[in-house]
Ligand binder design. Structure first.
Ligand SMILES: Cc1cc2nc3c(=O)[nH]c(=O)nc-3n(C[C@H](O)[C@H](O)[C@H](O)COP(=O)(O)O)c2cc1C
Ligand code: SF4
Length: 419
């Protein structure tokens, strides 16, 4: 559900009936921006996206245009992968884009493919997203029939096909190199770095741009309103708007499109309708379950953009904002979070495989009333031994929030200890 009071740039056609059908989408301008992009040189499109300040909305917030510019000049073939795995707890905005305006994302992916001269686009959709995958499959078929996908697109020399791939329900396949391995038909095990960027060495060793659904859906809008206007809508270094998935203890949970840099307290109170039943705010998880928790005090005056949230010691990540009121037990919350990561660890590296399991066992002791004070320090030590010592960032994704829960809410863990 798109919340009221939102800015409608990306989501402006979400409420148009039958927007997923090509005829309706074209009446609202679908593929006009692909035509506009193809009148420019590929590198000009990349420069335009760079100038817009568009950041990746999948988690890391990397500049989209800069990433496109990493493709080596003389290496072919090239691919684009659309990351629609959307498995970060609390995140539910890519699904909305795919269901409500699939041609917008498809057009963005095609513009990206044109900019990097890719010959194939792979759309990787989370396995559980059965209905969105169906919508996307139909959108691809229709766009293909109209000549926006396939051989010699719009009469040019550039050809590009689109392939839809369903995931099989593994969180780790959202990590870009895990996604690539999965697409290659292997176990979705993240790759060792270096190489750091699939843009240089990706799918089958070829240059591959991996971008999130939302990131690519913004691209036609940037061409439409121009990079300067897009940049000005957000905050410094954070162009445009973003889709914020608001959940937890708020009166009006939902997905809100708001300018980057909107205050967290405005999202919760002005747009989300505040905290139900007159309860007090205890904490907020600002960027999906992988981000450090913020105490109520730390939430004051916090612009929701990548730099500001990082400066407050957390991360904006996928912009999944989870609101926690005073009734929530942080040790219980931590146990829930650790259970997720222990289950989703791919098991490839020891600190993550063993560490998450030990964290799970120790965090359970606090709920069973068998924990001792030294368990708090042991959990911190375990998290520290995972942090930065693993193949992929799932290690940090469990270590960072764990440490933040233990440090900021130590008293709650102590209160549950045996003596
Ligand atoms: C464990 C893990 C899970 C991830 N899951 C997703 C995901 O579900 N969707 C996504 O877009 N990015 C996910 N990412 C981030 C991707 O690795 C990658 O940075 C992103 O798709 C790049 O797109 P962007 O630059 O448009 O954000 C995940 C990263 C990690 C470490
Ligand atoms: S950190 Fe965890 S999920 Fe990532 S590669 Fe290692 S074991 Fe797999």
């Amino acid at each position: 559900m798109i919340g009221n009071g939102s800015v409608r740039l990306l989501s402006k056609n979400f409420d148009v009936p039958n927007m997923a059908t090509l005829d309706v989408a074209m009446k609202h301008g679908a593929y006009d921006m692909l035509k506009r992009a193809m009148k420019l040189k590929p590198e000009e499109v990349t420069e335009l996206v760079k100038a817009s300040g568009l950041r990746g909305h999948g988690g890391a917030g990397f500049s989209a245009g800069t990433k496109w510019g990493f493709v080596p000049k003389d290496k072919f073939p090239r691919y684009v992968c659309v990351n629609g795995d959307e498995s970060e707890p609390g995140t539910c905005k890519d699904r909305l884009i795919i269901e409500r305006d699939p041609h917008l994302m498809l057009e963005g992916a095609l513009i990206c493919a044109y900019a990097v001269q890719a010959e194939r686009i792979y759309i990787y959709i989370r396995g559980e997203y059965y209905y969105p995958a169906k919508v996307m499959a139909e959108a691809i078929k229709q766009a293909q029939a109209k000549g926006f996908i396939g051989q010699k697109i719009l009469g040019s020399d550039w050809s590009c096909t689109v392939h839809l791939q369903n995931g099989a329900g593994a969180y780790i396949c959202g990590e870009e190199t895990g996604l690539i391995e999965s697409l290659e038909g292997k176990k979705g095990w993240p790759r060792l770095k270096p190489p750091f960027y699939p843009a240089a060495i990706g799918l089958w060793g070829a240059p591959t741009i991996v971008n999130n659904v939302e990131t690519l859906a913004f691209v036609p809008r940037i061409l439409d309103i121009g990079p300067e206007k897009f940049a000005a809508m957000g905050s410094p270094k954070n162009g445009g708007t973003g889709l914020f998935s608001l959940s937890g203890h708020v009166n009006k949970p939902g997905v809100y499109e708001l300018p980057m840099g909107t205050l967290l307290t405005d999202l919760i109170h002005k747009h989300g309708g505040g905290i139900p039943n007159g309860k007090k705010l205890k904490a907020v998880i600002p960027g999906g379950s992988s981000s450090h928790i913020l105490t109520a005090d730390e939430c004051e005056n916090l612009p929701l953009d990548f730099e500001s949230v990082a400066a407050r010691g957390s991360m904006l990540g996928s912009a999944a904002v989870m609101v926690i009121d005073e009734t929530v037990s942080i040790p219980q919350l931590m146990h829930w979070m650790v259970r997720f990561y222990a289950h989703e660890s791919c098991g490839q590296c020891t600190p993550c495989r063993e560490g998450t399991d030990w964290l799970l066992r120790l965090s359970k002791k606090f709920l069973e009333g068998t924990a001792r004070k030294r368990d708090i320090d042991d959990m911190w030590q375990l998290a520290d031994n995972i942090d930065g010592k693993t193949i992929c960032a799932l290690g940090q994704a469990v270590a960072w929030p764990t440490k933040s829960y233990l440090v900021k809410f130590r008293h709650e863990f102590e209160a549950l200890c045996r003596n």
